[in-house]
Design a protein around this ligand. Sequence first.
Ligand code: AMP
Ligand code: ZN
Length: 114
Amino acid sequence: MAECIFCKIVQGQIPSEIVYEDDKVIAFRDINPQAKIHIIIVPKKHINPMNEINENQAEIMANIFLAAKEIAKRQKIGQSGFRMIVNVGPDSGQEIEHLHFHLLGGEKLGKLVT
Ligand code: AMP
Ligand code: ZN
């Protein structure tokens, strides 16, 4: 996906503050944080959540949640807690068509839906 911002981050073509990386998953700080800690977790492979989630993605979804647990530990919010959000499609306000999870924490969070 030549024009995908998150693919460019995965490939190191645009700078980001990477907080976690393994062979399948990468995580970096959101440039417009909505909480004290706001991290974006993405599969390295481009997956469009609107039309490319199927049983073949079961393993990468598990990998993302395992990465989230490790990231929370490293950010010292494993005990205080955090929220994971995934936006899918127009009503969610999704801006970037590369599957990504927002990991938010580091403070008391507001209501789930705004
Ligand atoms: P979404 O609305 O779920 O598609 O969220 C996209 C998120 O990516 C937003 O929270 C943006 O602030 C964030 N974002 C966009 N460009 C970058 C970037 N270059 N580095 C880090 N985060 C970004
Ligand atoms: Zn992409």
